[in-house]
Design a protein around this ligand. Structure first.
Ligand code: CO
Length: 208
């Protein structure tokens, strides 16, 4: 990606959009009403809108290393608050991906400085599912399974928020866990049963 090309590309993109609809940007400027909140990895290969075929205005996006939803991360928590309470999204997606460098790093014994506390959230996922993971002999299969379990745990972290719990009492709001298979391009639905998770965790995590 040559940086000086960006503004040229931008002008081409504007021309393309206006050719299809001369009011494209006027309409875009009116406001947003996305139905989906997408929480994904910052990995440059896992572009949120592209892989879903989504257009500007359709998806509210939050990306960080390894698609995490830590309770004390002000950025992730603010995104959830705004998307649920103000944008009134109907779906919250946590999308991980095979080949995730963040998850890989959390499986290794290495001091990575400021990344340590962030990646420790993934080590905690490993600890929670240690029995299952340690039974997997093949390292690649274990790595893939930790990526899936991390998505599941981050979905659970969404469900633990007061925003989600309150909204779920008032309207239909789904939590979906997906994995992007970087080798084939397929988006895989982990079929996470968010209603069951909500019921199971309320004993401890009920906030309202
Ligand atoms: Co990643």
């Amino acid at each position: 990606m040559e940086i000086h090309r960006i503004f040229e590309n931008n002008q081409k993109w504007i021309a393309d959009k206006l050719q299809l609809d001369e009011n494209y940007f006027k309409n875009l400027a009116k406001g947003q009403a996305p139905e989906v909140l997408y929480i994904g990895c910052a990995d440059s290969r896992v572009t949120a809108e592209d892989l879903m075929g989504a257009q500007p205005g359709e998806v509210f996006v939050h990306r960080n290393i390894a698609n995490m939803v830590p309770a004390i991360d002000l950025s992730a928590m603010s995104v959830i608050n705004y998307a649920v309470n103000h944008l009134k999204v109907k779906n919250i997606v946590v999308c991980g991906h095979y080949g995730c460098g963040g998850v890989k790093a959390a499986m290794q014994a290495a001091d990575l400085g400021i990344l340590n506390p962030w990646l420790r959230n993934i080590r905690d996922v490993y600890r929670l599912h240690k029995n299952e993971l340690n039974k997997i002999q093949d390292e690649e299969a274990k790595y893939k399974r930790l990526i899936e379990l991390n998505v599941q745990e981050q979905c659970m972290n969404v469900i633990k928020t007061a925003e989600y719990q309150l909204a779920a009492q008032e309207r239909e709001i789904q939590v979906l866990g997906w994995v992007f298979d970087i080798e084939t391009g397929n988006l895989i639905d982990l079929n996470i049963d968010f209603r069951k998770i909500l019921n199971e965790i309320m004993e401890i995590y009920r906030l309202s």
